[in-house]
Structures are given as structure tokens and as C-alpha cells.
Design a protein around this ligand. Structure first.
Ligand code: FEO
Ligand code: CA
Ligand code: CA
Ligand code: CA
Length: 633
């Protein structure tokens, strides 16, 4: 049997290890009946008829339009699925690498040594690993990007250690420094994008950077540690997945699988119930306790409560301290999609990416005022959680002391438990949320959920199939869409439908074939990254199964597609290299270049992207533009 080292497990696999599925399935049969009743097992057509009820946005229209390409707003020829070890873009487009893991941000840092993966000191001055969400900022003619570094490829980062396991304190320092956020000035010289070494904006924020804890959880008993007895200052941020951007010029970085970094030296350590809900275990994937005692649960039992938040950073002020915004709740944050409601309230949509967890909305207490002092709008407000009804209606349930019996601080720290108390709908892993800039409507990738209808979430909430999560053992994922009532993002009610159900119509003729706007040419699985461009087109990125085996035959490597919300049409724009995911996106101010993350190429050891030859694979940000220099988004 092939036994995996724990640092070779994905975060999902780690969750499974900590909380295995039961042998006996109690409500699978009930779930099956629900799906049948909705017609989802009767084939793709039935899906269209029952789920897509929002008038002109019927997906049947999408299919009709695909036959008449002249009317399409997707002005590129579709890229075919492939399994090449390179990036493929449509004819007339080009791509180049902007920055890769290990590139020095400062001229006094050594070049990356791929035989060792560098040292703690070199990594602290270099671009982090596994880049994900990102945003673009401009000031006084300077262009600055903030880019998340979610986690690490242990085998390349610790190339000189057996199995990629950190073995010294400096290995741990390096590993912590490869996480966090990289802030870097970029420019385009002679038609090529690159980073500006030694720019005063260049900065690394890592798992060791001090940041203020703000909002309801600030100073709470559960946040106090021996290094921070008042619970006011957290050290670092890690597993920074998706992101957000505010109209007042700041960057939001979202802490996702923060739980996988803790271990317990004392074998008799008893795990508190609350840690179980958050997947904190004594078997953390990263043994950071080896070099930093605060990751030993027996030494610092409150340390995990200081992570799992959204952090606000001012990338244009290199001396600023990041702020943890606990008002936005604590869970496995994917991204933070911020929009301003018509009455000026700041609304942030937030997904909790774990099987059977929830979809959230934050509404600020105070209002946004253009040109005013908006700096602390994310410090105070109300969190809501989504409840879906089968009649394509839904509601936002407020998480307050009255509805949950918990204090505001407890709601901020144990958000999942608060949401369970009000009866929120368990979802198929909410990943990125994207709000249409030209319309009051919002989309969310529900990436997949093999446990749908198989087992409850970690809080014991049932996960029956139905509503926006219609398929038992959902392998392919779907993109949910909702329209707030009265075109008001603060409304407590909304209408929902599914923009697409991913699937494989080459293999299946049941619900696994996907919805009608999926065909053998554009099919994909596991939508994850999601962002609107200025024209209101939806860029969809995948983080799924690239085996091309069984149900995934013919789907190629992970990819990026573009969807037209008006017609339902979807076209593949890009295919990534082997064993990567495509995630994160940003445009330059002129919108002539789109930047995206190619994360974990060769995560199983089978890629030499981007440097080729026998080189080690490196996560990188790439810049995509048209050969004629025209706007692409
Ligand atoms: Fe880091 Fe849910 O993706
Ligand atoms: Ca990822
Ligand atoms: Ca993701
Ligand atoms: Ca994912």
C-alpha cells in the first residue's frame, strides 16, 4: 500500500483523516429520493426545466446561442481541453510569467537554489509559494500587486529533506515565510511584464508578521496567549486563499485551511469540541511546532482561535500594520467579495470552503462615503448566513446574540456554530463569490462535495441533496447565482438558480452530464476561482480532478473559462500545465492585461513548468494579453 506522508495529503484529505466517513449511510436514500423528485436523475433536460426559472436567463437560450456564434459576446475561439505541460490560450493571445515562487524581491537576496529550496532568510526576501488570490493597485504612476501565497509544495521547498519534511528550526522559518502575502511593484518594460526589485512597496507578510486583532473578538478570553496576554495582536497569517479589494484602496486576504498547522506534543491532549468543528487536530500537515512552540496545542491552546479570519492590508503603505477583521467571522474563508449597496452599506459575501459548511454575508454598521474616512468600515456590522428554499427563494439569517444565544465575540470566533444554530443550508463547498458590477446579482462556485448525502458536516448538520446542492456525491460542482430582492444587497431575501452544473456529457447521461450549457467541447469540473470583468463576463477557474480517468475523461488539465450570464454560454479560454490549479485574477488599470495564478503545477511530481527541461515546477503568476494590445476584460 502506498502510504502518504502527512505533508503529501491535501487539506481535504487531512479533513477526511481527522473525520472519516461512516460506513453506514443514514440519509443517502432520502437524498436520492429528493433528487429524483426534482427530476435531476432523469437527464440534463429535466435539470433545465426545474432549476432555471429566472426568465430570460434560461440556459436553453445559452445552447441556442452557442449554435449561432455571431451573436456571442465571447470574442475568442475556444481552447480545446489538453494535458500539455504548458499554458494554452486562444489564437491572438499571449502569456508570460510575471513572478514565480522564490524570485527575490530585493537585490540583496540570493537567487533561488532549487537543490535546497533556499533558507529561511532567503525566503523572507522572496516571492512566496502557491500564489492564489491577487489584486492590482495604482498610485502616482506606480503599479503594485498584492498576491496571496496560500501554502507550499513541500518537496520543492524542502528539496534537501527526505519526503519534503522540515527537520530544523530554519526549515520551519522558511516554510512560514513561504506563506502569507507578497506585495510587489510591477511594470511593463519593452512589452514585457516583470517585478521591480527593491521597490519601496515590496514587502512580505508572513506567518510571523504582527497584526492587530480588530472587531468583536478583540481582547476576548479565547484569544489570549502567553505571548499576547491581552488578545490584541496576532502573529501572522497563513493559508491565504482568495481575496477581496475595497474601494478605499486596501487588500483583503482570506485565511482558509488555517487548522492544518497545529500539532500536540502531549499525546494525552484532549481536543476541545470547538476545535473539532474547525478541523484542528493533533496531526497537522505542517509541523511548525518543531520551530515555534505556539503551534503546539498543549502549550498554546488558544492559538488556533486567532486564525481563520479576513485580514485587511494597505499595500500602498509599506509601514502599515495589517488588521484582522473578526467581524467577518471565523471559518475556512475562501474570498471576500465586497460591494456597496445602494444605500451605502458595505456588503461582503464570504464562502466557507468545507463540505457541508455555509455561505455568509456581512453588512457594515456604517456607510461608505466616497472620499470620506472609510478605513474601519469592516470593524463593525452584522453577519448573516444563507438559507435556501426549494422554490428558488432564499433568505439571509442574521447571526446576533438574540438569534444564537451567543455574544458578538463568540459569534465572531465560533461562526460555524452560530450558523448551525439558526439552521443555515449546508453547501457543496462554497469557493469564490463574485458580484456582477453591472447588475445586482451574485455568483458562487460550489466546487464539489463527495459527502453530499453521505455524511453530516463536522457540526452534525445533515447534508441532504436538494436546492442549490442537488446532487448526491457531487463530483463536478455547480455555480450558484442569486438576485437580492428589490435589487438591494442588504435585503434579507433573494431569488436563486444555478448558472451551470458542471459534468461530463461524454460519459454520463444522467445528472452527472451537467446542465444544458455544458457540452463535450466546454466541459470542466470543480469550479473554484470566479471573477467578473468590466463587461459583466464571468471568468471561471477550476481546481479539480485532472486524471482524465473515468468520469473525468476528456476534461484535460485545470483551466479557465468565460461565461456570459445573459445567455448561459460558456467557452474555455485557457488550459494550465500539468497538476496545477488555475486561481486568482486581476487586471491592470487599462485592462489590457489579465493576471492569474497557476498554483501547484506538478503537485504530484509530474511537471517542469514554467522553466522546462528537468527543472522543479514553480507556482507562478502569469500575465495574459492580446497580441494587438486591445482590452481583454
Ligand atoms: Fe484555497 Fe477553497 O480554495
Ligand atoms: Ca489552492
Ligand atoms: Ca480556491
Ligand atoms: Ca478548490
Amino acid at each position: 500500500m502506498n502510504i502518504k506522508h502527512k505533508n503529501e495529503l491535501s487539506f481535504d484529505e487531512l479533513d477526511e483523516l481527522v473525520r472519516p466517513a461512516p460506513e453506514v449511510v443514514e440519509f443517502e436514500e432520502v437524498a436520492h429520493k429528493m433528487v429524483s423528485r426534482r427530476g435531476f436523475l432523469g437527464g440534463g433536460a429535466a435539470v433545465g426545466a426545474s432549476a432555471f426559472v429566472m426568465g430570460s436567463t434560461s440556459l436553453a437560450a445559452g445552447k441556442a446561442l452557442a449554435a449561432d456564434q455571431t451573436e456571442s459576446r465571447l470574442a475568442f475561439s475556444m481552447v480545446k481541453a489538453n494535458t500539455l505541460d504548458t499554458v494554452t490560450v486562444p489564437k491572438g493571445y499571449k502569456w508570460e510569467v510575471l513572478v514565480s515562487w522564490g524570485d527575490p524581491l530585493f537585490s540583496n537576496a540570493p537567487a533561488l537554489d532549487t537543490s535546497t529550496g533556499g533558507t529561511g532568510a532567503s525566503q523572507e526576501l522572496a516571492f512566496g509559494d502557491h500564489n492564489d488570490g491577487m489584486a492590482f493597485f495604482s498610485k502616482d504612476g506606480k503599479q503594485v500587486m498584492a498576491i496571496n501565497n496560500e501554502y507550499t509544495n513541500a518537496k520543492t521547498l524542502h528539496a534537501n529533506r527526505e519526503g519534503g519534511m522540515p527537520t530544523t528550526a530554519d526549515d520551519v522559518r522558511k516554510n512560514k515565510a513561504a506563506h502569507g502575502v507578497s506585495i510587489v511593484e510591477v511594470d511593463n518594460r519593452g512589452g514585457h511584464w516583470g517585478i521591480v526589485q527593491d521597490s519601496p512597496y515590496n514587502r512580505r507578510i508572513t506567518a510571523d508578521t504582527e497584526m492587530d486583532i480588530t472587531g468583536p473578538a478583540r481582547g476576548h478570553e479565547w484569544l489570549k496567549t502567553s505571548a499576547d496576554p491581552k488578545g490584541l495582536v496576532a502573529k501572522g497569517t497563513w493559508n491565504n486563499c482568495g481575496n477581496g479589494q475595497t474601494p478605499w484602496g486596501t487588500y483583503l486576504t482570506c485565511e482558509e485551511n488555517f487548522n492544518g498547522y497545529f500539532t500536540a506534543k502531549d499525546k494525552d491532549y484532549k481536543m476541545p469540541e470547538a476545535f473539532k468543528r474547525y478541523g484542528v487536530s493533533t496531526k497537522g500537515r505542517y509541523d511548525w511546532a518543531l520551530g515555534d512552540e505556539r503551534f503546539d496545542l498543549t502549550k498554546e491552546p488558544n492559538e488556533p482561535n486567532r486564525f481563520g479570519y479576513v485580514v485587511e492590508i494597505d499595500p500602498l503603505d509599506p509601514t502599515s500594520r495589517p488588521k484582522k477583521r473578526t467581524a467577518l467571522g471565523r471559518f475556512k474563508h475562501e474570498n471576500a467579495e465586497l460591494t456597496i449597496a445602494s444605500d451605502g452599506h458595505v456588503v461582503v459575501y464570504l464562502g466557507d470552503d468545507e463540505r457541508g459548511e455555509f455561505l455568509y454575508r456581512f453588512v457594515s454598521k456604517h456607510k461608505y462615503l466616497a472620499g470620506g474616512n472609510n478605513r474601519d468600515l469592516l470593524e463593525e456590522g452584522t453577519l448573516y448566513v444563507a438559507k435556501f428554499h426549494d422554490n428558488n427563494r432564499g433568505e439571509w439569517l442574521a447571526l446576533t446574540p438574540k438569534t444564537t444565544g451567543m455574544t458578538d465575540a463568540e459569534i465572531s470566533i465560533h461562526t460555524r456554530m452560530a450558523a448551525s444554530k439558526v439552521g443555515a443550508t449546508t453547501m457543496d463547498r462554497p469557493e469564490w463569490v463574485a458580484a456582477n458590477p453591472n447588475k445586482v446579482e451574485v455568483y458562487c462556485c460550489l466546487t464539489n462535495n463527495k459527502n453530499r448525502g453521505v455524511k453530516p458536516n463536522a457540526g452534525g448538520d445533515a447534508t441532504p441533496a436538494g436546492g442549490p446542492n442537488p446532487r448526491v456525491k457531487n463530483n463536478f460542482g455547480q455555480i450558484l447565482r442569486w438576485k437580492p430582492m428589490n435589487e438591494d444587497h442588504t435585503s434579507s431575501e433573494f431569488k436563486w438558480d444555478l448558472f451551470v452544473m458542471a459534468g461530463n456529457p461524454a460519459v454520463y447521461d444522467d445528472a452527472n452530464a451537467g446542465s444544458q450549457n455544458v457540452n463535450q467541447d466546454n466541459m470542466f469540473n470543480s469550479p473554484d476561482g470566479l471573477k467578473f470583468d468590466s463587461k459583466g463576463l464571468l471568468w471561471i477557474q477550476t481546481d479539480g480532478n485532472y486524471s482524465n480517468q473515468k468520469g473525468f475523461q476528456g476534461q484535460g488539465n485545470n483551466q479557465m473559462l468565460v461565461g456570459d450570464p445573459e445567455t448561459g454560454e460558456i467557452r474555455r479560454f485557457l488550459v494550465g500545465p500539468k497538476e496545477c490549479e488555475i486561481t486568482g485574477s486581476a487586471w491592470n488599470a487599462e485592462r489590457t492585461t489579465m493576471f492569474i495564478s497557476v498554483q501547484h503545477p506538478g503537485e504530484k511530481g509530474n511537471s517542469h513548468w514554467p522553466d522546462g527541461g528537468q527543472s522543479v515546477p514553480r507556482s507562478s503568476v502569469i500575465a495574459i494579453s492580446r497580441e494587438d494590445g486591445a482590452v481583454i476584460g
